[in-house]
Design a protein around this ligand. Structure first.
Ligand code: PAF
Length: 283
């Protein structure tokens, strides 16, 4: 397993692989890797001849009052995990290598990025689409792997890849949870002991919403009220949003039909956590 810091070197290595007819899987990350990332890497390793993992805390997807400076970083730990999962290369550029001193291009979607996290974090998805456009052009993968935990990000990536004709298959992978139900996230590390316990209210509340839908409830407001009421029983929780949208265009709906995404963002203390479920109505 090799750690590479420059665009030039990644390009040369991937070009050589492609010359040999090898397929390349790609797992873009911001590092501080956990079992969720590992599941993406393992899937890529099982489906491709070579796997590249990028570790880059992308400054342009953070808003002015967000956690760019404090975002956890540990490249030694990341290298060990990536090696263990069987990937071939980590691309770990410095911000200067990615953006230089005069970067003025922005790739963005409309519609799919306007609600949920897009409404709360106005610069976020433009930053994600821009860095992924660069990373896709640098790594030139056949397939790229994303976690379903960032469900809106997955929908946004699928859209811009389709709209801009990238020849890359985008593969969504299930949420990986702790034994007690908390969705794995690099940001869980911000939680103190009391907050960690309080954070369980996210998965518990979603479960109540899912049960209601499985029992036949089709009114969006009724389901979001059930989830909201449950979240409000936790004194350390402050709701950012509780929403149900269609899972393709991420637009608000009144009635549950087709494939829906039920997504929540909740502050536990100062830490903003997200979680979700997808449900496909058969009727
Ligand atoms: O999901 C993430 O960690 C980031 O948004 C991504 C896709 C690596 C882009 O910086």
């Amino acid at each position: 397993m090799k750690l590479v810091k420059t665009v030039k070197e990644v390009r040369e290595i991937v070009k050589e692989w492609k010359k040999q007819g090898l397929s390349v899987g790609f797992v873009p990350t911001m590092g501080y890797l956990h079992e969720g990332h590992k599941s993406l890497i393992l899937k890529s390793v099982s489906e491709n001849d070579k796997t590249v993992v990028s570790v880059f805390v992308n400054p342009i997807q953070f808003g002015p009052n967000e956690d760019l400076a404090s975002y956890p970083r540990d490249i030694k730990h990341d290298m060990a995990l990536v090696e263990d999962a069987g990937a071939d290369l980590i691309f770990n550029p410095e911000p200067e290598e990615m953006y230089g001193s005069h970067f003025t291009t922005l790739v963005n979607t409309t519609e799919v990025s306007e609600n949920l996290c897009g409404a709360k974090r106005p610069v976020h998805f433009g930053g994600v689409c821009t860095v992924l456009t660069k990373l896709f052009n640098i790594v030139n993968p056949n397939r790229a792997y994303f976690g379903q935990k960032d469900a809106q990000q997955l929908a946004v990536v699928k859209r811009f890849v389709k709209d801009l004709n990238f020849d890359i298959e985008i593969i969504g992978c299930p949420i990986i949870r702790e034994d007690d139900g908390l969705a794995k996230s690099s940001r869980n590390t911000y939680l103190n002991k009391e907050e960690r316990k309080a954070a369980l209210i996210l998965s518990k509340s979603l479960k109540l919403g899912l049960e209601a839908i499985k029992n036949g409830e089709r009114n969006v407001k009724t389901v979001t009220d059930i989830i909201t009421k449950s979240l409000n029983t936790e004194p350390l929780a402050r709701i950012d949003y509780v929403s149900i949208v269609d899972n393709e265009n991420i637009q608000y709906i009144d009635t549950i039909k087709g494939e829906i995404l039920c997504a929540i963002a909740v502050y536990i203390g100062k830490t903003r956590l997200i979680d979700n479920f997808i449900y496909k109505c058969e009727e």
